[in-house]
Design a protein around this ligand. Structure first.
Ligand SMILES: Cc1ncc(COP(=O)(O)O)c(C=O)c1O
Length: 305
């Protein structure tokens, strides 16, 4: 990771100084990608930091681990408390990115990872701003297909899965685009390299289902709830590639990217070529919620201070 974490890292239940947090080069996860992780945001606002949907992220970490029989030795509650303690220990009072990671340790070259294999869990945090540019993304459909449940299940947020996202990102940046949208093995829209995809047609909102090789995104689920609460119809169904070109609006959702509009796909302008009204209203509501501005959604936030 390019970013230096904050001074302390939570490492197997202890706070360890950043410079002392080491792993052996034989670590199984380094060789085989045997790690599961989360990306979480904390938002600095009103002299506090609000961690967004902390419990849901830690629950997903455990579900991802379960798919690969990777043992997480800590409960969801312990991991949530550790995260809050980590931010306090590091005196973090601004917007942060939080990265919990459970990885297989010294397991030799043995591919038979079982629930008895040695594992470690770390949580790192660092100050964080925008991930993708905010004023409308130029996307391309990747020539790479999204990994499939028939190979490495996309429902697990597993380290190895991101090789697929990296190939797609390299390709799109090389070709001058901001982000890639991947199709699944059947040719339907799956997701972007690190975000779920939504499209808007005639005021209705559509997003691929989990059967289309999409991650069970927590921002996705939040955006669906927000949109439904605002009175929009949201449908989860397969989306063929050409429907992207026909959309009135397209937006992406993800912890790092937040809610961001796609204003062109493969050079086809989407709608007016600017962020559309439906995307805008959902994005603005989301931004209010994550910074503690909406009473009804305070249950999604964990205050640190
Ligand atoms: C491949 C992929 N899809 C979707 C998402 C969005 O998930 P979430 O909203 O939980 O961050 C992410 C980011 O975590 C991702 O890496």
């Amino acid at each position: 990771m390019k970013e230096k974490g904050a001074a302390y890292i939570w490492f197997d239940g202890q706070f360890v100084k950043w410079e002392d947090a080491h792993v052996p080069v034989y670590t199984h996860a380094l060789h085989y990608g045997t790690a599961v992780f989360e990306g979480i945001r904390g938002y600095g606002a009103n002299d506090n930091v609000f961690v967004f949907r902390l419990k849901e992220h830690m629950e997903r970490l455990l579900r991802s681990a379960q798919i690969y029989s990777i043992t997480v030795k800590h409960s969801v509650t312990e991991l949530c408390n550790a995260t809050v303690e980590l931010l306090r220990k590091n005196n973090l009072k601004e917007s942060v990115y939080i990265r919990p990671l459970t990885f297989v340790g010294m397991h030799g070259i043995d591919l038979n990872v079982t629930t008895n294999s040695p594992t470690h869990t770390i949580i790192v945090a660092f100050p964080f701003g925008k991930y993708l540019k905010a004023d409308g993304l130029r996307a391309r459909v990747s020539s790479w297909r999204r990994i499939s449940d028939q190979t490495t299940p996309p429902l697990a947020k597993a380290a190895g899965n991101y090789l697929n996202s990296i190939l797609a990102t390299q390709e799109c940046r090389r070709d001058g685009y901001d982000e890639s949208i991947l199709l699944d093995v059947f040719g339907n829209v799956s997701e972007a390299s690190g975000e779920n995809v939504f499209l808007v047609r005639n005021n209705k909102i559509y997003t691929p289902s989990f059967a289309d090789s999409a991650l069970e995104g927590i921002t996705r689920e939040s955006a669906i709830k927000i949109a439904k609460d605002m009175g929009y119809t949201v449908l989860e169904r397969s989306i063929p590639r050409a429907e992207l070109y026909m959309a009135d609006e397209i937006f992406l959702t993800g912890t790092a990217a937040e809610i961001v509009s796609v204003t062109s796909v493969d050079g086809h302008s989407i709608g007016t070529g600017k962020e559309g009204p439906v995307s805008k209203s959902i994005r603005q509501t989301y931004e209010e919620i994550v910074t503690g501005g909406t009473k009804e959604y305070m249950g999604w936030l964990t205050p640190v201070w």
